[in-house]
Design a binder for this molecule. Structure first.
Ligand code: AMP
Ligand code: MG
Length: 322
């Protein structure tokens, strides 16, 4: 529950150059005045995020987009009209007023109008766009409740607005319009199919290998501290405590110390909304290994599999007895 006075206090903090934790429909954000380079620097410091990772700039109304970018091509306009407010970020050539630290020195900026009413009220009351990555330490699992944010940052973050659990639960879809044709940079809350239905064929980027990549594109990201393997195979035999992350309840449960079912009716939208909270719960169970089962790669399943592959990209579990 958020009171108007909490939103006003957080908006004033943003205006003073402080950080706030804010709910959006995708994940919770760690926000600062996007036009204040010093305020934005605090995001990178608190998250431990490398400066080469550009941030998404959030606006209260779709009509504010032209104030941040030099031009809005027709295809970008069509997408924004269809999906804003919502889980879609568009990358366009930035105006000079957007500080370089926001875009990691790139000449383009990612902009999004979120659908969460508290986010929009906060940005509106602050009167400035808000730059915000997910409110977690760099590479860790994204937060989908205000409690997750508080657990992560404690008293290092004075303002956290509680807007309830995130409805979508995975980050926004990022589409770039700076090249000749639109390119999907990150799958997310708006599906590939939904985007192609509006603007036609969409190119997908290959996973970049080097550090020029933006955050959601890093090969390792969204990672729990417990080793995670993405497989439909058997758990290792032996003394290991193994947790399971699965779409539907499995036939054989006894092999697992802990099980998280994302959607027993197989609904990928429901699964996305539960993904990060389920990963976090498994991560607190002192498991030796988390086995994540692949989900069908259609609709939101594409974003879920993208996050699981990156969560799995870490040192492998080795059975100590073998
Ligand atoms: P996050 O803030 O962690 O949700 O991630 C930001 C995402 O936005 C990254 O994964 C990038 O794909 C994307 N992004 C932000 N700014 C830019 C930009 N100027 N050019 C390309 N991608 C960007
Ligand atoms: Mg993030």
């Amino acid at each position: 529950m958020v009171f108007d006075q909490d939103i006003m206090a957080a908006a004033q903090a943003v205006r003073r150059g402080e950080l706030v934790g804010l709910p959006t429909e995708t994940v919770y954000g760690l926000g600062a005045n996007a036009l204040d380079a010093e305020a934005v620097a605090k995001i990178f410091e608190l998250k431990g995020r490398p400066r080469f990772d550009p941030l998404i700039v959030h606006i209260a109304e779709p009509t504010q987009l032209p104030s941040l970018v030099t031009r809005v091509p027709a295809a970008a306009s069509a997408l924004v009209e269809r999906f804003w407010p919502g889980p879609l970020s568009v990358v366009l050539t930035k105006q000079d007023r957007v500080p370089d630290i926001v875009t990691a020195g790139l000449s383009s900026v990612a902009v999004r109008c979120p659908a969460h009413p508290v986010a929009r009220q906060l940005i509106g009351a602050a009167g400035v766009p808000i730059a915000a990555p997910s409110a977690n330490m760099f590479c860790a699992v994204s937060p989908t409740t205000a409690e997750h944010v508080a657990e992560q940052f404690g008293d290092r973050l004075r303002y956290i607005l509680d807007g309830g659990p995130c409805r979508v639960g995975v980050e926004s879809t990022v589409v770039s319009f700076v090249g000749r044709t639109p390119v999907l940079l990150r799958p997310g809350g708006v599906t590939f199919e939904e985007i192609e239905a509006v603007i036609g064929p969409l190119e997908k980027t290959e996973q970049p290998a080097g550090p020029a990549a933006a955050p959601g594109q890093l090969p390792r990201h969204y990672s729990p501290s417990t080793p995670l393997t993405l497989t439909s195979g058997d758990p290792p035999a032996g003394p290991a405590r193994v947790g399971l992350l699965t779409l539907r309840r499995p036939a054989e449960e006894s092999r697992f110390s802990s099980i998280e079912v994302l959607s027993n009716r197989g609904c990928l939208r429901e699964a996305a909304s539960k993904l990060f909270a389920s990963l976090r719960r498994l991560d607190t169970q002192q498991l030796d290994l988390i086995i994540a089962r692949p989900v069908p790669e259609t609709g939101l399943g594409i974003a879920i599999m993208d996050r699981l592959r990156r969560a799995a990209n870490q040192p492998e579990y080795r059975d100590p007895s073998s």
